[in-house]
Design a protein around this ligand. Structure first.
Ligand code: NAD
Length: 473
């Protein structure tokens, strides 16, 4: 299939054709199936100019009109769910049912952010006068997104920016540009021209955005390594504002009083959904020594039962890794785990078929000092580690440069809450792990990010605070 001429950038509300192209790979075959437009520096400049021009009107629209336009956008996304989901499955690899869900969550993010409002505050009022705090939009926001949940994550950044009165330029990952390019076309039907621009391209285009003097803020979701580059580059150019949602190595601490089968069923999906390619997936299980063996066996049983395959195959539950570099990285991490004494309980390697498939894998017998425990695997390979005391579990769970999510699993919720309060993570769940909605802030401690996305904390990060001193009347 060659869909070369079906995709264009959206700049200023119009399709802008490519001057050059790059291949998009279907991860379930490893073969190119389409080409995406590769934006030039001049096209980035055009997008910045369009977004700057649109900002002057968008910022002044009454809140109710901005909300109505965003709601219309969300409704149109829902109306295109089949086509968007199909594109997502083709380029990302996830099962069609999961792609369908991703499109609906994308629409919910737009609606959810539109529903939030930051009101001005009176900070002081006395004989000396009044001190007011109000908030102003920043201007043009560059939204740079990864490949694991392309639509949700690009939109998450963009919806916050729009709700705050900014305009956006979205750059999807070069691995998964197509559904986001379609999203740009849909946005153009609902929003004023130039409010929501989409340009596709590689890492160099992302870097140009971080350096561009016409962009006021970068909202970035991706790896910690790239996030650091984005921050440095944004600081060196115009000290642009930056929000970073980065990697994780989430621990799940399983206490000694759990119902093992119940926990295993939920824990499995918290770790393996999207083939482990979720920032807030469980990436290390710490099981109390009294339950570790039974839990490992139950997780392995789930892993054996699950149906892995191409996203369009019937009843498929897990798809391939999204791209070749990630597939190679996960296999290298798996090899390292075996060499460091890890016992493969189930899975353990690539599936014998074309595409980037790795069998859902559960590994026991590892400790810190192996890549699978110390790094973010971002794949369907889960280590189950054993601990003796809660003190030890907390200390080891926190012994990472990451701090995105964490969970505690227990029969006694009050005891779990005590443990949760000691975990260094932006979100801690009890008897669950994963999930985010527009009304609740999400983000990371330590090297998992900077700032919070969503909720009023997220919205405020797309605004500049201004204090006004008024004399006494
Ligand atoms: P990545 O950092 O390789 O790429 C992300 C985006 O950055 C892409 O669009 C890429 O083209 C762009 N980019 C690359 N180099 C750049 C540069 N120098 N300047 C500006 N932009 C640049 O990440 P990825 O591999 O696409 O995504 C996987 C990572 O994303 C994982 O670490 C995962 O945990 C993380 N992630 C985090 C969250 C969260 O909310 N915290 C959510 C999803 C994914």
């Amino acid at each position: 299939m060659n869909e070369q001429h079906a995709f264009a950038h959206t700049i200023g509300g119009r399709p802008v054709p490519a001057e050059r192209w790059f291949d998009v790979i279907d991860p379930s075959t490893g073969a190119a199936f389409a080409q995406a437009p590769d934006a030039s520096r001049e096209q980035l400049d055009l997008a910045v100019a369009a977004a700057r021009q649109a900002f002057e009107q968008w910022r002044l629209l009454p809140q109710s009109e901005r909300v109505a336009a965003m709601r219309d956008f969300a409704a149109r996304v829902r109306g295109q769910v089949e086509g968007l989901a199909r594109l997502l499955t083709l380029e990302q690899g996830k099962p069609l049912t999961a792609a369908h869900r991703e499109v609906l969550v994308t629409a919910d993010r737009i609606d959810g952010m539109a529903a939030l409002e930051i009101k001005p505050e009176v900070l002081r009022e006395d004989v000396g006068g009044r001190v007011l705090l109000d908030y102003q939009p920043l201007g043009v926001v560059g939204a740079i997104a990864p490949w694991n949940a392309p639509l949700i994550l690009a939109t998450q950044i963009a919806a916050q920016a729009l709700a705050a009165g900014n305009t956006v330029i979205v750059k999807p990952s070069p691995f998964t540009p197509l559904a986001t390019l379609r999203l740009g076309e849909i946005a153009a039907e609902a929003l004023p021209p130039g409010v929501f621009n989409v340009i596709a391209g590689g890492n160099a285009l992302g870097q140009c955005m971080t350096e561009h003097p016409g962009i006021d803020k970068i909202g970035f979701v991706g790896s910690t390594a790239t996030g650091k580059r984005v921050l440095a580059s944004a600081a060196n150019s115009t000290l642009k504002r930056v929000s970073l949602e980065l990697g994780g190595n989430d621990p799940a601490i399983v206490l000694d009083d759990v119902d093992v089968d119940q926990v295993a069923a939920r824990l499995f999906w918290s770790a393996f959904m999207n083939s482990g390619q979720i920032c807030m997936a469980v990436k290390r299980v710490f099981a109390h020594e009294s339950v570790a063996e039974r839990l490992t066996a139950a997780l392995a049983q789930k892993a054996q039962q699950v149906k892995v395959g191409g996203g369009f195959e019937p009843d498929v539950e897990l798809g391939p890794l999204q791209n070749k570099p990630q597939y190679d990285k996960v296999l290298a991490i798996l090899q390292d785990a075996k060499e460091r004494g890890g016992r493969v309980v189930t899975g353990g390697g690539a599936l014998p078929r074309a595409g980037y498939f790795i069998a859902p894998t559960v590994i026991a017998g590892l400790t810190e000092g192996s890549r699978l425990v110390d790094e973010e695997q971002f794949g369907p390979v889960l280590p189950v580690l054993t601990y003796k005391t809660i003190e030890e579990a907390v200390q080891r769970a926190n012994a990472t440069r990451y701090g995105l999510g964490a969970s505690v699993w227990a029969g006694d919720v009050a005891r779990a809450h005590e443990v949760a309060r000691r975990l260094e993570a932006g979100t801690v769940w009890i008897n669950a792990h994963g999930g985010a909605t527009a009304d609740i802030p999400f983000g990371g401690f330590k090297e998992s990010g900077l700032g919070r996305a969503m909720g009023t904390l997220g919205l405020k990060s797309y605004l500049e605070a201004r204090v006004i001193y008024l004399p006494p009347t």
